[in-house]
Design a protein around this ligand. Structure first.
Ligand code: CP
Length: 307
C-alpha cells in the first residue's frame, strides 16, 4: 500500500496499514537525529508553517525540529503576535499565509475540527497538532511508536489510559490508533471524566486503577486538567491523587516490563508521583525523542502526497 493522503487530520480516518506506514517511515528517520549533522535534504524547497493558536512546548519544538531536519524552510506563527487578535478569521489568516507560497500548515487550535476546516478551504497540506478536545494524531502515533519500539508489538497489548478521558484529545487519538492495531484498551478514571458510550469505540471502562494495573503492558497517564476542578468533576486534587495517582506502592503489583507513559505536561504529585515519573518503568522522555522521528515521517508523507 502507498501513502496518498495530503493531510493528517486524525487517527480516526486512518487504516491500520496507513498507521503502519507512518510508524515504519518514522523508524527509517530516527537515525537522522543521531548523526553529527542532523539533516537530510528530503524536503528542500518546501515551506512549513507552524500555526500554533494554543500554547505548546513539546509539539511545537518537535515539529519545528522535524521540519528542519528534513531541510524544509520553517515559519513560526503564534496567536498573540498575529492579526487573529484583530478579529481576522482562521480561514482568512491561513489563506493569506498560503498566498506567500507554503506547502504545509501544522495547526494547533482550541476548536475541534479547525484543521478539517482548513483542509476543505486551502490547497496546502494540513497537519493537526491538536484540535481542542478532539484529536492529537501525532501524539497518538508517537505513543504507539514508543510501545512498538519497546514491546515489539501492538496487537494483543493491554493498554490502560488513565485520567481525564472526556476532555483529552490524546486519549481519543490513542484509542483510535491502538484499536485499529489490535490492542486491548481500558479507560480508567472518575465516572465524571469518562464519556458515556465510550464502549462504542471498543474500549473497556474501569473505575478502579488498582484492579487493572496487574493486567497492563502500558499505562498512559493523562494530565489532569486543573482548570476542570472548578466545574466539580472531581472533589479535590488530593482526592484525585489518592484514588487515581500512579505511585510506587500501586506499581508493586505491576508487570516487570510495564511501560508508563505521559504526554506531558505532567502534574507531578497529582496524576503521577516524581518517583514514578522518573522511575524504571517510565518512557516519558523516549516519547519526546521518538516524537521528532514520527513528525519527520508525517511531514515527509503529506508533503509528498498528491492528495
Ligand atoms: N503533549 C503535548 O501536546 O504537549 P505540548 O502541549 O507541550 O505540545
Amino acid at each position: 500500500m502507498k501513502w496518498t493522503r495530503k493531510h493528517l487530520l486524525g487517527l480516526e480516518d486512518l487504516s491500520a496499514e496507513e498507521i503502519n506506514i507512518v510508524l515504519d517511515t518514522a523508524e527509517s528517520f530516527r537515525e537522522v537525529s543521531t548523526r553529527k549533522k542532523k539533516k537530510v535534504p528530503t524536503l528542500t524547497g518546501k515551506v512549513v508553517v507552524m500555526m500554533f493558536v494554543e500554547p505548546s512546548t513539546r509539539t511545537l519544538t518537535s515539529f519545528s525540529l522535524a521540519a528542519r531536519r528534513l531541510s524544509a524552510d520553517v515559519v513560526g506563527f503564534s496567536r498573540g503576535g498575529s492579526s487573529i487578535t484583530k478579529g481576522e478569521t482562521l480561514i482568512d489568516t491561513a489563506k493569506n499565509i498560503q498566498a506567500m507560497g507554503i506547502d504545509v500548515i501544522v495547526l494547533r487550535h482550541p476548536a475541534p475540527g479547525a484543521p478539517h476546516l482548513l483542509a476543505r478551504n486551502l490547497d496546502a497540506s494540513i497537519v493537526n497538532a491538536g484540535d481542542g478536545t478532539h484529536e492529537h494524531p501525532t501524539q497518538g502515533l508517537l505513543d504507539i511508536f514508543t510501545m512498538r519500539d519497546r514491546l515489539k508489538r501492538i496487537e494483543g497489548l493491554t493498554v490502560a489510559i488513565v485520567g481525564d478521558i472526556k476532555y483529552s484529545r490524546v486519549a481519543r487519538s490513542n484509542i483510535w490508533g491502538l484499536k485499529k492495531l489490535g490492542a486491548r484498551v481500558i479507560v480508567v478514571g472518575p465516572a465524571t471524566l469518562i464519556p458515556s458510550h465510550i464502549e462504542d469505540l471498543g474500549v473497556e471502562v474501569c473505575y478502579d486503577l488498582d484492579q487493572v494495573i496487574p493486567e497492563c503492558d502500558v499505562i498512559n497517564i493523562l494530565r489532569i486538567q486543573l482548570e476542570r476542578q472548578k466545574s466539580g468533576l472531581f472533589p479535590s486534587i488530593r482526592e484525585y491523587a489518592r484514588v487515581f495517582g500512579l505511585n510506587t506502592e500501586r506499581l508493586s503489583r505491576a508487570k516487570h516490563e510495564l511501560l508508563i507513559m505521559h504526554p506531558g505536561p505532567m502534574n507531578r504529585g497529582i496524576e503521577i508521583t516524581p518517583e514514578v515519573a522518573d522511575g524504571r518503568h517510565s518512557v516519558v522522555l523516549d516519547q519526546v525523542t521518538n516524537g521528532v522521528a514520527v513528525r519527520m515521517a508525517v511531514l515527509y508523507l503529506v508533503a509528498g502526497a498528491k492528495g
